[in-house]
Design a protein around this ligand. Sequence first.
Ligand code: HEC
Length: 177
Amino acid sequence: MLGKGLRAAFGLLVFTCAATAGPEKVDNPADYLSKFTKIATRDSHLGGNAIADVYVNAVALESGKAEADLASGAIVAMAVFSAKLDAANQPIFDPAGRMVKDQLRAVNVMEKRKGWGTEYPETLRNGEWEYASFNPQGVKSQNPTTGCFECHGTLNGLNMDFIYTRAELAEVAKNKR
Ligand code: HEC
């Protein structure tokens, strides 16, 4: 039986620690287009009319070759675009059957550093990853990142280090050498 007091104390603990955990740790990787390596493009991002381009920094690429978790300093940036729609609001496809990018909507970032993540309860924590979302102008969203943790957290225990495009990363990393 978990007493009310204990639960309140736990809530307080999460609350008081919130100042040191969260998107404020993650900087805008403004130079991802020139410095990072593109590992994947996914149409229908989250089931919608959106296209995601996924980029990784050198640390992620180097440590992503093996099946192991990525090294401290790994950064993954995902540029999310709206898809071009026709008059009936249906996505337009190119000759290869891919959606066509319209406008950049957001850059979502996950970054991993040694010692990060300890502030989160085990049920929410995604190893040492933190998340942040930036608008096309590079301004960081102030919205809570709980949803990022929850959805990427469903990959826990699957040897993917919470990265949906983990297989693509391994493939690109191996072919780099
Ligand atoms: C409902 C599930 C869901 C939520 C919520 C979510 N993501 Fe993702 N994320 C995905 C999926 C699925 C992909 C893989 C790309 C695809 O298939 O479109 C992905 C890809 C990514 C990637 C590229 C690396 C990878 O995992 O492949 C980053 C970075 C990322 N998300 C950051 C975020 C951030 C930051 C948030 C919160 C603001 C967030 N995500 C919220 C499902 C989610």
